[in-house]
Design a protein around this ligand. Sequence first.
Ligand code: CA
Length: 259
Amino acid sequence: MQSRRVSLLESNDRVEIRIDVTQRGETAEDPLVLTCRPVLVRLSVVFVAVAAMMLAMGGTAQAATLVAVWHMNDTGSVMTDASGNGLTGTLRSVSTSQPVLSGTGFGFFAKPSRVRVATSSLLNPGTDIFTVTVHVKFSTKPSAAVGDYDLIRKGLSTTAGGDYKVEILENGYAYCQYKGPSGNVNLSHGPSLANNAWHTIVCRRSGSTVSLTIDGQNFQKSGATGKIANSSDVFIGAKDDSGADQYKGLMDEVTISRG
Ligand SMILES: [Ca+2]
């Protein structure tokens, strides 16, 4: 019989989440270790919840690699990437130094207001497990004219090679989409997040399953997407440079991971 133990280690400069899998007291698999900077204890708890959920789903413990880590503490014209991959974004009419639970974050109040990150193969899911995490706080649902808020996306529905995105729909619900040559798998779930409180949205594709996790509560949908890879830039806070599907609210701690 296998047993799995999830442990959380916090120090001044990093948080480590470790999952050990043992069988009759012996190590059965290499431990899954996720590390990040200590932003919010709350985020750490969400991290553990997601990791535990992955294991509960019967997934094999395997190392996840952080592709991009955007703390959004920047005060200038760029958004730095703490992952070491150099996936720097450029700001357009973004309000920096906004109050968040810890550190600072970005505000998207203008139109257009967005962060743009140049395309990189690192930001393409391919066929890998691919997870996007966003933290948002907003008080107003998208108007009928706006339609929905585009929180982060790479590509459009018409883009060759597919696309992925995280949105807030007109009813205030979170929404995930992964679209590839084999299909478009998307799902949304309530409640409305337009309550001026911080929320954590995690969109993940693993094999033929897309999952949406809202504040630790997981929802799933099955369906094949296939290989997703395009040459589009990543947009955060809006659909494009014209401010279509313009988000209106605060954002912090956006991460992308693979595996
Ligand atoms: Ca921050």
